[in-house]
Design a protein around this ligand. Sequence first.
Ligand SMILES: Cc1ncc(COP(=O)(O)O)c(C=O)c1O
Length: 478
Amino acid sequence: MSRRSRVRSGVRSSCVHRLDRMSERELLRRTAEIAGDFLESLDERPVWPPASVDELRRALGGPLPSEPTDPLTVVEELAAAADRGVVAMPGGRYFGFVIGGSVPAALAADWLTSVWDQNAGLVVGGPAAAIAEEVAGEWLKELFGLPPATSFAFVTGCQMAHVTCLAAARQAVLERVGWDVERRGLVGAPPLRVFAGGKRHVTVDRALRLIGLGSESTVPVATDEQGRLPPRALEAALAEHEGPAIVCAQVGEVNTGSVDALPEIAELARQAGAWLHVDGAFGLWAAASQELRGLIEGVDEADSWATDAHKWLNVPYDCGLAFVAHPEAHRAAMAMTAEYLVVDSEAARDAMDWTPEFSRRARGVAVYAALRSLGRSGVAELVERCCRHARRFGEELGRLPGCEILNDVVLNQVLMRFADDATTRAVLETVQRSGEAWMSGTTWDGRFAIRISVSNWRTSDEDVARTVAAFERAVTAS
Ligand SMILES: Cc1ncc(COP(=O)(O)O)c(C=O)c1O
């Protein structure tokens, strides 16, 4: 009997939803082949996929199936129908937004995470998952050089890491003025101000909204030409307000990669009795490198940090990380209980006490695998390599006729433009259409610009050369 017919007969011979053991193995093996074919095609396939959304609707759409379909057919047909609409995001020439790939150990561990299908909210929902997260969390603290008592949470992304950290911040700064926000909420609470640079990431604003701090609570501080929060301007803003305060700084501005002056900002926050939160979605990973660590000096002086593993650690989506220097505030903001929950916090850490989620994926498993596979030196090398590629982009693209590099390339971000908005847009669209590389546009100080983010372990010297060549052709054509 052929493999395929065995899988299909497995379906027929048992209940429609169940495969016999051999058939399930065959299904996963075939899925692995499809996955391997996809990964091996990354160098050749256009980075931006050719299918229109209408074509994809036709390929994937149709009425709700009234009858079951065997799993192998589902997977094979799904892969075939989706193929022309899958972005080569895990490949080495995807430079959009700030997007990492997946290092092989993390990808494989993520598959196992799905196979194990643990509910990692409670230790009782998966002890091995809980301990893998515990170990990975401690490794990360060490890698980032955070204070030993720091607590952590594995969440969906930096967005929810901000929510987690800022909820802890809200709890702590209001408690200092005698207000128990977890019990009394914000109605009638002393006003709480948030001081943040004008170029803060938009997810900070949404996190503040979600924890009940409307946009009028934020005091935006004008940033410098690289998007940094100037300490003197922060000092002036802080001096105009009294009462509970949170300062949001960032290491790694999303367009320029610029880093705030943390030692000065931490000192100002301390003097004002404010909580200092750092958005280090990608920039915090500079801490892993001896070469780059100086750039984020003072980062360990903050009260909380939000970052991502799905960016620079290159684990599959989704995985964000929240760290809080004051575990009691973190736990007070997140923990909850119910009679039916089986909790043994003495033995191990129940993740639901530290995250805004209840049921949850065992995200720490892929992080554990990435850190074991790369080791400290591998993470450092990955981060440094991406920065080296970014510097090369800055140098080689900066030599193209009419090209202006707008940022100091201090990390992995390159911001550039050509003579005017129309030319810049035309060059970008030509490169995107070529399929050779993909990056997005942005607006910087009112002018259209192209942003390149190098965050993927797969990006090679050859990928950089192919991308520079694509720009050369686009410039000639424009
Ligand atoms: C500086 C910064 N903060 C926050 C975020 C949001 O991260 P996530 O998409 O993981 O929620 C990003 C995303 O690029 C970012 O660059």
